[in-house]
Design a protein around this ligand. Sequence first.
Ligand code: SAH
Ligand code: SF4
Length: 392
Amino acid sequence: MNRHSIDDLISRSDLSKDELVFLLALQGDRMQRLVEIAARVKEKYVGNNTYLRGLIEFSNICSKNCLYCGIRSDNKEIIRYNLDDQQILKATQFAYDNNFGSIVLQSGEIKSTSFTHRIEKLLRKISRLSGGNLRITLSCGEQTRETYLRWHEAGAHRYLLRIETSNPVLYEKLHPGDGKHVFGDRLACLYHLKDIGYQVGTGVMIGLPFQSIQDLSDDLLFMKDFDIDMVGMGPYLEHQNTPFYKFSHQAPALKERMDLTLKMIALLRIIMQDINIAATTAIQSIDARGREKALRSGANVIMPNVTPQEYREYYALYNGKPCMSENEQACSKCIEKRIAYINGKLAIGEWGDSQHYLKKNKASVNLIKPGLLQPGSDLLSNPQCAQHRQKF
Ligand code: SAH
Ligand code: SF4
């Protein structure tokens, strides 16, 4: 295929499964071309802003046992923690004071009445703290429709629940058959979230053992068919204390996982245009410039970790998680430099709602929250990220 016809193909938003398979296999200059076109689509539909979400990993206690995850309940090698409300509110205050515009509260999965009530009360406290001026994303796994509803009414605007893979057979391989890890249940949760009115985010792991390029094409089409509002997807990375570790040799090489992730982001941007796509932390574990590359490939969201530093090492979903030893200020300053490096604009003081969601719901497109600093303001005056001390 000549360059002209590849350009024609890449510029279409109605790509078929076969075409996506073809494009996911591009290498070298042709892959670069794909990334360039995705960057143009991003600029046209969502602009060149990078939106911030302060990530608070508030507990690594999990009742699930996903075969790939380092904080699965059967891993007895890690210290478990559960931040108290004061610690979470302090991290929230940091994000608020530094004009992040939004936070993500993520944890292992606990399904109980007391957990539901705790989060509900916490959400109301966060809304009070910020005068309703922070967008809140929850990522606390599968819950009942009633729980999702209560959390939405208490102030959660967005929910992130990765489908992990859209292939039910692969899903079964990734999870124990104990009745607690059922593909259909996870899908039903996504439908509840959408129906309740959340901005719904999902995503997949890329480069899993037993995953084919056809599976990844199906993942892209799944996200499009579901009409998702936001996506966080990243490379699968091994953790030594998991049953999946023994299949490491069946996963693609790290460089290939990285390239596949960039191509997935680029293609999703091309086929879904105005959604929010995160440049995830996992991508930076493979390549110190991973998040910048993701932003250049069509991603428009970044999630600085604002979890208190002393707990970060225990939220070890996979080996080699970056930014374990930096404090919140250093992380934020590092991100500011990274965005400048790619000539992007850090959207300070903006909620960064999914434009796709706003258009779908015919809401007025109000991306800038009132009363906060305008884009271009200084984020923080604190110096550098120690772990990734690089020339910018
Ligand atoms: N417990 C919640 C949220 C925390 S886990 C949930 O499962 O939805 C958040 C995400 O981490 C998961 O959705 C999964 O995609 C990702 N994750 C877990 N283990 C991983 C690994 N080994 N490599 C890459 N991503 C992983
Ligand atoms: Fe728990 Fe989420 Fe890890 Fe599964 S992926 S074990 S639900 S934290």
